[in-house]
Design a binder for this molecule. Structure first.
Ligand SMILES: Nc1ncnc2c1ncn2[C@@H]1O[C@H](COP(=O)(O)OP(=O)(O)OP(=O)(O)O)[C@@H](O)[C@H]1O
Ligand SMILES: [Mg+2]
Length: 220
């Protein structure tokens, strides 16, 4: 089955002290091998959209359809399975587990998915090599630079071979050269492995590299 993501009329209103319309009337259709950049200033809703796609945030209105399934209507168990197997997410803050080594961080999603020991070692080994972080396998994330931690966060997101990779400001803290390496890696993975890649960023240089750019505006 080919992978696809359709978003129809997505709306997210946060109801805190003040009501914020973070996203309204957002539509998107993406198929496998496609790279989409959500571009827009701070507060324009990039993270909100990515979290809704990841099933980590419930939309106020609208539909998110992934591989012909409406994720809004998923049960709790279905949502867990969806997050575990279909989605890989690189968070704006790396979200690495500080008490785990680099190897354990990358292996963690595979343990959760109850993969076999041999398979875990193989997959983690492949990722360590592909992202050129093999020498840090037994190191803890806090000893590594921002660029190195970002590459580990990417390895964690790719570990389960997800259909959809979501990357929120993946180059936020990186210098130009490292940013290019990180973006090229993500794009290569999407194209070669036929995945959907959605990037949230305000870096115009990333937007230039991606074939489809959706510009978001601040709504208030
Ligand atoms: N949990 C929350 N509760 C209340 N308001 C929120 C919450 N999360 C986000 N918002 C608001 O929603 C709007 C969109 O936020 P979001 O984080 O999606 O923007 P963004 O485009 O990712 O911004 P940035 O580039 O700074 O990461 C902002 O005005 C923000 O203050
Ligand atoms: Mg954000």
């Amino acid at each position: 089955m080919s992978k696809k993501l359709i978003i129809e009329d997505l709306e997210k209103i946060y109801k805190a002290e003040v009501e914020t319309i973070a996203v309204r009337d957002f539509n998107l259709s993406v198929k496998e091998g496609e790279i989409v950049t959500l571009a827009g200033p701070s507060g324009s809703g990039k993270t909100t959209i990515l979290l809704c796609i990841a099933g980590l945030l419930e939309p106020t209105y609208g539909k998110i359809i992934v591989n012909d399934k409406l994720i809004n209507s998923f049960s709790f168990e279905e949502l867990i399975g969806y997050r575990r197997h279909t989605i890989g997410i690189v968070f704006q803050s790396f979200n690495l587990i500080e008490y785990f080594t680099v190897f354990e961080n990358i292996a963690f999603p595979l343990w959760i998915a109850q993969k076999k020991h041999k398979e875990i070692n193989r997959r983690v080994g492949t990722l360590l090599e592909a992202l050129d972080i093999g020498r840090y396998a037994q190191t803890y994330p806090r000893f590594l630079s921002g660029g190195e931690q970002q590459r580990i966060a990417i390895a964690v997101a790719l570990a389960n071979e997800p259909d959809i990779i979501l990357a929120d400001e993946p180059t936020g803290n990186l210098d130009r050269k490292t940013a290019d390496i990180v973006i090229n890696l993500l794009m290569k993975e999407a194209i070669e492995e036929n995945k959907i890649l959605i990037l949230g960023t305000h870096d115009e240089r990333i937007a230039e590299k991606s074939e489809k750019v959706v510009s978001l505006q601040k709504r208030f």
